[in-house]
Design a protein around this ligand. Structure first.
Ligand code: NAD
Length: 424
């Protein structure tokens, strides 16, 4: 195979991948699926501009029948696993947006489907490819700060105006963003730390911040933030913070202490890195503060701007892995690393609900470790959990009235109308 025929499922976040794939020489974007017609119209316009023939589908089953080697799953965050499993069983490779699974049962099934089918599976955890997190990866792996002893990861999404927030959920009471819990969306904050160090998490303790009034006004019932303490296999401890605290702009921040130095990103200047090394490295001993370079640069990477350009690399390494590049495969987030990044959020919430108890994190590379979780469907999504449904926060449901969701829907429609008027 010299060109990968690829489809994109979900064209909202997926638009970032669509834009990249339209100009990517080793892939042919053959199909896009989204039930939201304005997004399909936008894709049709882009395809015309690029002179490309791309099939557009509102219906998933029609999309699934399309002739493609691989798919990008950018559909709802809690629905990736069933689609990933179906696509791999039909012989297709899968790049999944975050998160890979919603339940432990799905985690078992996902790992076993990758093993059974031998298809390439990768998680599009773009935060591993920020300029400064990838520089931390390079330097850690080179031994510049020794072995990690303590680390922090933080991904705090801004809570902006209600109208801005309506764009995320459309006022749909059943939208996944309304029913996920505080620690669930943890791969942006934790993922880079596991990627950098290459270590496995073995134990988690969770705590959460209660929902704020502002979140309730926007229809959210989940805790405003989830903080987990995670022990790694070498004994190091990670503090992992994920949430929607009322803080602007979007914050990401990562810190690593090692036996021979430390590194931390600059919370307010996203491409900058602070480093301290005990030993002389590249002519510097002690403190340095500098702007990091991208993972690599060429005319293709220059076209992708999302998350400071980081959005290019997961898709690039996925396609190159399919084409047989072993180095690309090494740099991708495979299914086991994807689950290492995700399970601490799932079990961290159980720790919270259990009164902040420590919980062991299973290693899904080992078959026996999966056994206790084979039928475990507990989560906060009533459609999936049935009688095992968990409360959406540990402080008690606020019982948000339907009028709030109605108001959010109206705000979303206003926002869509404004966007359409601007595009004319
Ligand atoms: N890595 C990042 O930086 C980043 C940023 C934003 C979103 N995301 C992830 O991207 C994914 C999508 O999030 P989003 O922001 O686009 O919001 P979203 O989940 O609201 O949008 C998903 C899109 O998929 C479409 N869709 C879902 N199921 C469908 C179906 N069965 N048939 C047809 N269309 C369907 C919806 O119409 C919608 O346009 C999530 O997994 C999210 O976590 C990642």
């Amino acid at each position: 195979m010299s060109t990968v025929k690829i489809g994109v499922f979900g064209a909202k976040r997926g638009m970032e991948m669509i834009n990249m794939l339209m100009g990517y020489p080793d892939a042919k974007l053959v199909a896009i699926c989204d039930r939201h017609q304005p997004l399909l119209d936008e894709c049709a316009e882009k395809a015309r501009e690029h002179g490309l023939k791309i099939e557009l589908f509102a219906d998933f089953e029609d999309f699934f029948e399309c002739d493609m080697d691989a798919v990008v799953l950018a559909n709802y965050a809690v629905e990736h696993a069933p689609y990933a499993i179906r696509f791999m069983n039909s012989g297709r490779h899968v790049l999944s947006e975050c998160l890979p699974v919603q339940t432990m049962k799905e985690a078992v099934e996902l790992a076993e489907t990758v093993e059974k089918t031998g298809k390439i599976y990768a998680l599009a955890e773009n935060c591993c490819f920020f300029k400064n997190t990838f520089e931390m990866y390079r330097r850690y792996r080179r031994g510049d700060i020794g072995e990690v002893t303590y680390a922090e990861g933080e991904y705090v999404h801004p809570m902006e105006s209600l109208k801005e927030m309506a764009g995320f959920t459309y006022g749909d009471k059943n939208h996944w963003r309304y029913h996920i819990y505080s620690t669930y969306y943890c791969t942006h904050s934790l993922g880079p730390l596991l990627y950098i160090t290459g270590l496995r998490p073995v134990r988690v303790i969770g705590m959460e911040v209660p929902p704020t009034d502002f979140m309730n006004q926007a229809g959210y019932n989940k805790g405003a933030a989830g903080a987990t303490l995670i022990q790694l296999e070498n004994g190091a401890v990670i503090k992992n913070l994920v949430g929607s605290l009322r803080k602007l702009p979007l914050i990401w921040n990562y810190q690593l202490y090692g036996t021979a130095g430390c590194m931390e990103t600059d919370r307010w200047k996203h491409h900058m890195l602070n480093v301290y090394t005990d030993n002389e490295v590249d002519g510097v001993k002690g403190r340095s503060y500098y702007e990091c370079k991208p993972v690599f640069e060429n005319e293709l990477t220059a076209r992708v701007k999302g998350h400071g350009g980081a959005d290019f690399y997961a898709t690039h390494y996925f396609i190159q892995s399919i084409l047989g590049d072993e180095e690309a495969r090494k740099l991708s987030v495979d299914v086991y690393r994807a689950l290492d990044m995700t399970i601490p959020g799932i079990l961290g919430y159980r720790s919270i609900l259990g009164g902040n108890i420590p919980i062991d994190i299973p290693d899904f590379r080992i078959r026996e470790c999966r056994e206790p979780y084979r039928c475990d469907i507990a989560c906060t999504d009533p459609k999936v959990a049935g009688a095992s449904v968990l409360p959406v926060n540990s402080f008690g449901d606020k019982n948000i009235p339907d009028s709030v969701y109605k108001m959010m829907e109206e705000l979303w429609k206003e926002g869509e109308a404004e966007k359409a008027a601007q595009q004319k």
